[in-house]
Write a protein that binds this ligand. Sequence first.
Ligand code: AP5
Length: 227
Amino acid sequence: MASLDHLKTQAERRLIFLGPAGCGKGTQSAVVKEAFKLNHLSTGDMLREAVAAGTDLGKKAKAIMDAGELVSDSIVLGLVEQKISSCPNGFILDGFPRTVAQAEGLSELTKKLNTPIDAVILFDIDEDLLLRRVCGRRVHAPSGRVYHIEFNPPKVEGKDDITGEPLIHRKDDNEETFKKRMAVYKSETAPLIDYYTKANLLHRIDASKPTADVSKAILSLLCAATH
Ligand code: AP5
């Protein structure tokens, strides 16, 4: 496994969270963002914001996302490029890159900005666990807070704990779309495991454990380098 020793003397953290739908990337991003004061850059959230705002981009993206397909590389690269240069302590890229072309685009961008990626964290998990996680997910769209009807229920059913506002059930969180998303993950995104292993950046964590244990594993991977 690649060493993270260089983080001992470096204040910033530039991370990629890699893994299939429902593996916990968004849930753990909230924890790691808070611990290191990072920017959380989720291309899924950016696209959902565009859909909610009814922009031209949102109109194009909606049907693609509802079908579980990938939005074009150039669109998502453009979204990330807009945000990545204004992250003073670093960032977590959640759900990006998702294709080798996106990884190559990101590599050019980080070279140009002199902000190299420190680590790619692969959320290792058995596919059988994912469908239950995805179908039971509920989201507070304005904040991105994520709940689960069984594993992390809100205090009041259907309401966000902080604001009391209604939670939504994402349109792509159903069995049929999940199967499509898994197929796309295997063909388009899984090759990044090899890509980042060769770049000596890949770190695996066991994402099948309870949320608190997964957080502990990620923080200890990243904190171990700070002490
Ligand atoms: P996106 O929003 O990125 O979805 P995703 O990658 O499929 O990931 P998810 O958000 O489904 O899952 P997650 O890993 O964040 O899991 P979470 O923490 O919520 O993308 C949506 C769509 O946008 C794509 O299909 C595509 O169309 C488009 N898109 C986005 N990025 C793109 C790109 N780069 N290129 C092209 N198109 C792009 O957890 C899931 C549930 O499990 C929650 O309910 C949670 O409470 C629960 N849970 C989490 N951890 C645990 C645990 N350890 N134990 C028990 N329950 C847990």
